[in-house]
Design a protein. Structure first.
Length: 257
């Protein structure tokens, strides 16, 4: 894949300008999903975080912006996005190492390391369900290439004992996610994300723990937008979600301690 030129990119504010990210003008662009994923991670300043499929770095850089002192590693298959993640980390002065690799075939040195947290925002659609291009500005992000089970296997292997996995995915993939945890991760919790009150959740954030023994928990949904419908221009996030997106508030309190 060709590297991005500056003319291919825009620079966008996240967390009310505390984080500024270069992103491609066309193709996959990070929205609220990676910010919500990052907000679910109960990281502390001494923790290490691994993101599988980091893209331009939105999720892991949100974690490191929220938690000064934490250190991160991002794995990204596509060289143009790996370069972009390195640039974003450097320009925001955040401690991240970006490894160009297939998550199913990590470099030997990375296979020797363990992390307190693994995060992932895998492609939302099963293989063949979406015809996304994979050239300049178009990341292989919408259509699944690596089976979801492989994401869980890689995450479980890289987690330190008692470490947490957090993954955001479409709600209809929840059965696959639970199957991916089976025999690998325990203390599974699911936080549904619903656009508005009374609507079905379109996305879920799953938390699982290496060596966890607690019973499965399905939490009440986090409501993203106020009101019954979208009836005016502009944003309509609930105050709680506004705090997450603009000010780096956590949503880890929605999960068990």
């Amino acid at each position: 894949m060709s590297r991005f030129q500056d003319s291919d990119l825009t620079c966008n504010d996240f967390l009310n300008g505390r984080l500024r990210l270069w992103q491609p003008r066309a193709g996959y662009r990070a929205g609220v999903d990676p910010v919500l994923l990052a907000a679910a991670v109960p990281a502390t300043s001494s923790h290490t975080v691994l993101e599988l499929g980091c893209g331009a770095g939105a999720a892991i850089l949100c974690v490191l912006t929220r938690v000064p002192g934490a250190k991160g590693v991002g794995v990204e298959l596509q060289p143009s996005y790996a370069d972009l993640a390195r640039r974003n980390a450097a320009e925001n002065n955040l401690p991240i190492e970006v490894v160009e690799a297939d998550l199913s075939a990590l470099p030997a040195d990375l296979k020797q390391r363990q992390f307190d947290h693994v995060i992932a925002n895998p492609p939302y659609y099963r293989a063949g369900a979406h015809s996304g291009a994979a050239d300049r500005g178009r990341r292989i992000a919408l259509g699944e290439v690596t089976p979801l089970d492989t994401w869980f296997d890689t995450a479980a292997r890289r987690l330190a004992p008692r470490g947490h996995l957090h993954m955001i995915q479409k709600a209809d993939r929840l059965p696959d996610m639970l199957a991916g945890c089976a025999g690998r991760l325990g203390s599974v919790e699911v936080l549904p994300l619903a656009a508005r009150a009374g609507r079905s959740a379109e996305l879920v954030i799953l938390r699982a723990r290496k060596g966890g023994k607690a019973a499965f928990r399905l939490h009440a949904p986090l409501i993203l937008h106020a009101g019954e419908r979208h009836d005016k221009d502009g944003e309509s996030y609930t105050p709680q979600v506004e705090e997450v997106l603009r000010h780096g508030a956590a949503i880890s309190q929605f999960f068990s301690k």
